[in-house]
Structures are given as C-alpha cells and as structure tokens.
Design a protein around this ligand. Structure first.
Ligand SMILES: *Cc1c(COP(=O)(O)O)cnc(C)c1O
Length: 230
C-alpha cells in the first residue's frame, strides 16, 4: 500500500510538471486510475487519497467491483459489446469507447427508461495511429459520425479518446495526440448542436506527460500507480 501511495504522488507530480510546461492549469487534467486486474483492497487506499475516477476496460470487472467501491465515478475505457451495455448503463460516469454506429444506437436505446431519457456521457474513440489492432473510428469518419450520433437524444458527446501505440520513446507518439486535438477542434468548429468537445482522453502510464502537453483533459493511468499487471 505504501508503494502505491508513493507511485500516486509521483504520478500527480508528473501531471503538475507536464501541465506547467505546457502553460496549462494542472487542475484541468483529470486522472483516471485504471484498475483492471487490481483487487478492491488495493484500490481503496488510492480512492482514499482522493482518486475517485476509476477506469475499467471490461464490463464484468467493472460490475464486480462496483458494489465494493461506493462513491467511485467509473469510466468504461475498453471495447464495449452491444449486448453488455445493459449491465453498465446505470453504473458509468463516462464511456470512452464509442466506436461504431450499432453501439451508438444501443446506448441511445438503453438511455430511454420508462418515459424519460437519461443521456449517457460518451467519448468517440478514434484510431489516430491507424494500427490494425486498435479499435476506434478512422479520423476522417469522425466528423460525420459525431454529427449523426449527436442527433440521438440518449447520447451526450463530450469529446474524443485515443490509444497511442506503445513506444519506448513517448515523443514518437506526440503526433497521435496532436492529431486527436486537431480533430476535436475541427469537430468543434462544425458547431453541432449538443456536442461539446470538452474532453480529450489520451495518455497512459508510458506517455501521459506528452499527452498533457498536447492537451489531454483526461489521462488513463494504470501500471504507474498499481505496478505491472501480471
Ligand atoms: C490498460 C489501459 C490503460 C492504462 O494502461 P497503463 O499502461 O497501465 O497505464 C489505459 N487505457 C486503456 C484503454 C487501457 O486498456
């Protein structure tokens, strides 16, 4: 536990330094601690240090941990199957992985309960790097996708998310983060009603300082806090 808190302190200091280098307010950068494979007893001390935004990439793991960690704001950061939407709809603060039309429709459908609509906050996942192994829309498809998804009353589109390829030198992924920022600006300029390009979710343990320099408002950090996953 002590080591976790040391790690957390270092991550927070690194967030501060990166934000200041870029002339940004560190408070504009939301840390999401990625807790996949980490048990609740190791997560609790981190939550007690004020980290209330947690991310999981699998629905099952999120729903398992949900009752054990009250007060947490959960982020679903991994690929989401349409048949699992119903399990998380009332448990998530933000879904980072809207990456296809069928999922937009399912989320919209599930946001309608009884006669009312509880709009779901989502980010559109973009495959900026073009790696075949990554989920996410091709960048050139994003403006039209956002326009169409914005017409669904059950969705509130809050920004964009991307995963950069792993590089030992994180400088090499700067163009990926910059690409996401420029794409968000392009979408912003379209002035689509109801669309708020408030968030750029980008940067993980290996590369979050560079992502912050490029404008990340949400970073998703796992192993730098909890140690390497086994
Ligand atoms: C696992 C994961 C992270 C965190 O990765 P680390 O390298 O452990 O910081 C971030 N984003 C997504 C989508 C992930 O699946």
């Amino acid at each position: 536990v002590d080591q976790l808190l040391v790690n957390l302190k270092e991550v927070r200091e690194e967030i501060d330094r990166a934000a200041r280098r870029a002339g940004r307010n560190p408070a504009e950068v939301q840390l999401v601690a990625v807790t996949k494979t980490v048990s609740a007893d190791r997560i609790i001390p981190v939550v007690q240090e004020g980290v209330v935004h947690l991310g999981e990439n699998r629905v099952q793991e999120l729903t398992d941990k949900y009752p054990l960690l009250p007060g947490v704001k959960w982020h679903l950061i991994g690929h989401l199957q349409t048949n699992k939407v119903k399990y998380i709809i009332d448990k998530v603060h933000l879904i980072h992985s809207l990456d296809r039309w069928a999922l937009a429709e399912e989320l919209n459908k599930r946001a309608h309960t009884g006669g009312t609509i509880n709009p779901l906050a989502v980010l559109v996942q973009v495959n900026v790097s073009g790696e075949a192994s990554k989920f996410g829309l091709e960048p050139n498809l994003v403006p039209d996708f956002v326009k169409e998804a914005a017409a669904l009353p059950g969705l509130r589109i809050m920004g964009l998310m991307t995963m950069a390829p792993y590089e030992t030198d994180p400088e090499r992924v700067r163009p990926v983060f910059r690409g996401l920022r420029l794409l968000a600006r392009e979408v912003d300029r379209m002035g689509i009603p109801g669309v708020l390009m408030k968030h750029l979710s980008m940067g993980m343990s290996n590369d979050f300082p560079v992502a912050i320099e490029e404008g990340a408002t949400i970073i998703r950090v796992g192993s730098s806090i909890f140690g390497a996953r086994t």
